[in-house]
Design a protein around this ligand. Structure first.
Ligand SMILES: Cc1cc2nc3c(=O)[nH]c(=O)nc-3n(C[C@H](O)[C@H](O)[C@H](O)COP(=O)(O)O)c2cc1C
Length: 551
């Protein structure tokens, strides 16, 4: 086993919460030292975006052209503020993308130029959710931009994480939360793009050093990925012509993109930074090298979710109709900014079977966007409490049908593996055990009532040791991204069905493993989630996101 893989496993084991020993945390909340949830670049040229959502968009007009108005819409419906809450003299902001503890470690940068309707010189821009604007932080060399041969109307995004925002509250386990949050943010970007008829692709060949170099902008902060610093995670391409383009032979020109830093200072986030050696270690061990087509080389294309621009007309037409059939409805698009985490569940509503099926379908791999290029690794175990026509108990939803035997052999041999009779074809749900699973859901989710008071809860069981060995230790982050993507799909599909969801990052990992009969590290539980009818906390006052009634 490589030394970086050993370090990943050491981090993973050390940051498990146990019923009698929580992972190492700060012990108390140092409010005076709380990191600012908003990054700013002092002196950067700011470009104000329109506070424009999806009102009036029509599925018939997709794909929408890339211009200032639609780029504003894209950010407004994915990463912007979506509301403010007030209670007992304090006030806080909420965003379209959710985040553990509402601490928001994820930042986003846009690489673009010459977008119609925006005075946007070719450059690297930081997206600023606080006032929904772009900050120009570096120029891009025109020749090197051209060498990317991006299709017309395409722009690039780079996502980064600031671990300190989460470790301030959660300590050593915070790296996991940052990666889950990133998965949610990627999905939020993917859904906003889909509503405009745009496509997204994860350009995951690029390595950590490449992204660091592109974003360096004269700042040391981003040069390493240690606990207090900003760490680049991944590049995403946005295609406004509505087609997923398989990017050239190789992404090498992307790695060589020349940016010209302006000497701007990012704001200081807190008076001091508390170092977490576990996070420094995992951050180093997950640095990704440049890889070429690593997922394609490891699997046949059918395994993954990567689509290519079709070669001939017939396939193109087929591809188009496939996309149309998966197109989000206008009604669904209007939910993106309305999504909220449930803070409590009513403990009695029974979910109609049809709603349950639509939620499960939304988390099957070909529906959860952006399409991840690797074989699905996460198969959620469900604690079903109150769903019409489904006996309560413990279930598993196979997102990767090909993994059935492997998972079955790894789990408790007494499990039933019976399919409920009323599930629609294509949804591979199996009952593992009968009975009331509320206590198990609550106890394993750090004793949080939301896990037992909803209609069902989920524990996202991931294939673990094998993909880490196959791809490398850097794939550890990707396992959490996949969980975050599923979580975001659960949030949105629950809202669409008239229910609410809530991510659950606090859970007792090994309690779940024991319950399922899983031993060793072949499979691990990486994230919990709950879905049900939310209780409304009437003490909280809702305020518009940007201080005007239009919000
Ligand atoms: C990765 C992740 C983990 C979370 N873990 C918990 C949790 O353990 N318990 C809880 O009550 N809420 C949890 N939440 C919900 C957050 O507290 C919530 O997203 C945040 O307060 C922002 O509110 P919003 O989702 O309504 O925007 C989690 C959210 C995410 C994305």
């Amino acid at each position: 086993m490589s030394s970086s893989l050993e370090r990943i496993i050491a981090y993973h084991q050390e940051t498990k919460h146990q019923p009698n020993r929580m992972a190492r945390g700060p012990g108390r909340m140092d409010w005076a030292n709380q990191p600012d949830p908003f990054r700013r670049y002092e002196g950067a040229r700011g470009i104000t975006l329109d506070r424009l959502g999806f009102e009036g968009i029509s599925a018939r007009l997709r794909p929408y052209p890339l211009n200032g108005k639609n780029l504003s819409r894209f950010f407004f419906e994915s990463l912007a503020l979506s509301g403010r809450k007030a209670f007992a003299g304090s006030e806080w902001t909420l965003r379209v993308n959710p985040s553990s503890g509402n601490l928001h470690p994820t930042e986003c940068y846009l690489l673009a130029g010459g977008v119609e309707g925006l005075d946007l010189p070719l450059g690297v821009y930081h997206y600023q959710p606080k006032n929904h604007s772009l900050e120009l932080i570096a120029g891009i060399n025109e020749e090197s931009w051209k060498s990317l041969h991006l299709p017309s109307g395409a722009v690039l995004l780079i996502f980064t994480s600031i671990y300190w925002r989460e470790s301030w509250k959660y300590g050593a386990r915070a790296f996991r939360y940052c990666m889950l949050d990133l998965g949610h943010a990627l999905a939020a970007a993917g859904e906003s793009a889909r509503c405009l008829g745009w496509e997204v692709a994860l350009l995951d060949d690029l390595g950590s050093d490449d992204l660091t170099r592109i974003l360096r902008s004269g700042r040391e902060e981003i040069e390493d990925g240690l606990s207090g610093k900003e760490h680049p995670d991944v590049m995403l391409a946005l295609f406004s012509d509505g087609r997923v383009h398989r990017m050239m032979e190789s992404l090498e020109p992307f790695a060589e993109l020349e940016t010209e830093p302006f000497l701007l200072s990012p704001n200081t986030l807190s008076p001091s930074v508390v170092p977490w050696q576990e996070i420094d270690m995992v951050s180093e061990a997950t640095r990704k090298p440049f890889t070429q087509d690593v997922y394609l080389r490891s699997h046949s294309k059918a395994d993954g979710m990567l689509s290519e621009v079709p070669e001939d007309e017939a396939t193109a037409a087929k591809e188009k109709s496939r996309h149309l059939s998966q197109d989000p409805s206008e009604e669904y698009c209007h939910l993106l900014r309305r999504r909220r985490s449930a803070q409590g569940m009513d403990g009695r509503t029974v979910m109609p079977l049809e709603s349950f099926q639509s939620i499960l379908k939304a988390i099957l791999p070909d529906r959860s966007k952006p399409g991840l290029p690797w074989r699905p690794q996460i198969n959620p175990v469900l604690f079903i409490h109150r769903v019409e026509d489904i006996e309560r108990g413990l279930y598993i939803l196979l997102r990767d049908g090909g993994a059935k035997e492997e998972i079955r052999n790894a789990m408790d041999p007494d499990f039933l593996w019976e399919r409920p009779s009323r599930m629609s074809a294509g949804v591979e749900l199996y009952q593992l055990a009968q009975g009331d699973a509320r206590l198990a859901a609550r106890e394993s989710s750090c004793r949080q009532d939301i896990a037992s008071d909803g209609c069902f809860a989920a524990a996202m069981i991931s294939r673990f040791e094998e993909p880490l060995q196959k791809y490398g230790s850097w794939f550890y982050s990707r396992l959490y991204w996949e969980c975050g993507l599923i979580g975001q799909a659960l949030y949105l599909s629950s809202e669409a069905a008239g229910f609410q969801g809530c991510g659950i990052g606090c859970f007792f990992d090994d309690v779940v493993h024991r319950m399922l009969g899983l031993s060793g590290l072949w499979h691990q539980d990486l994230y919990h989630f709950t879905v049900g009818r939310a209780l409304i906390d009437s003490r909280l006052v809702d305020l518009p996101a940007y201080g005007s009634p239009k919000g």
